[in-house]
Design a protein. Structure first.
Length: 235
């Protein structure tokens, strides 16, 4: 039983651990309490559980308005039915646990905590995929799905740090705009990511666009991470 458990957990959680360690260790100014970071990871995983039921409802609802074979349906299904549900779940965990926490006091902290939420979400999702489809899917998910969730978290954290800064400066309108960007931008890039993996895109022979998109997305996320930790300052 233990061997089977390790066989599932190691490929499911190793990429999560490696990405989280990389992002966490870059935080040079005032490293975040590890216990609190892990708490954020766990709650990110917990809030991934109801998402599956909400997504099934959304698929059914959207399909009542659009032909499921069309590109339009694929776009709405993946942006509204999947990405909005999942990114709102992560955004909600961040707002509930991190937003007013005293440890969220540096600009780079937004990325640390948003990536932590996202990787918690991705960790449980990855375990469920490997349980359902076997370890054969672990390599593809380690190269694409796990870094994808982390990337969405980078952009969420970037805008939530700006929002926190405006909140502390009592600039409420700018804060609300940044909070909206913190949800909307990850939703759009996540939705487009899933959209490029849809059957409709495959039928159109445009699968190569996914790999180009992932390379560009990872590059820009890496640049954001580098910029944020190099210019890190107290909020």
């Amino acid at each position: 039983m233990k061997a089977i458990l390790y066989f599932i957990l190691i490929p499911a959680l190793l990429p999560v651990f490696l990405i989280l360690r990389y992002v966490y260790m870059l935080d040079k100014n005032e490293r975040e309490p590890l216990g609190f970071v892990l708490k954020v990871v766990v709650w990110g995983a917990v809030f991934s559980i109801p998402c599956a039921g909400v997504e099934r409802f959304m698929f059914s609802f959207i399909s009542s308005f659009y032909d499921t074979e069309t590109i339009k349906y694929a776009w709405i299904e993946n942006t509204v039915g999947v990405a909005l549900v999942e990114e709102f779940s992560k955004w909600f965990v961040f707002m509930a646990l991190v937003w007013k926490n005293k440890n969220f006091d540096y600009r780079y902290d937004g990325i640390v905590y948003a990536v932590s939420v996202s990787l918690g979400f991705a960790a449980l999702e990855n375990i469920l995929y490997i349980v359902s489809y076997g370890t054969g899917v672990s390599l593809g998910r380690a190269l694409f799905a796990i870094p994808g969730h982390a990337t969405f978290g980078v952009f969420m954290g970037y805008w939530l740090s700006r929002a926190k800064n405006f909140w502390l400066d009592n600039k409420r309108l700018r804060m609300k705009i940044c909070k909206l960007f913190a949800l909307g931008i990850p939703m759009l890039i996540h939705g487009f990511y899933d959209f490029l993996l849809s059957e409709q895109i495959a039928a159109a022979g445009l699968q190569q666009a996914f790999f180009i998109y992932v390379i560009l997305l990872d590059f820009f996320a890496w640049r954001v991470i580098k910029h944020e930790f190099r210019t890190d300052r107290m909020l």
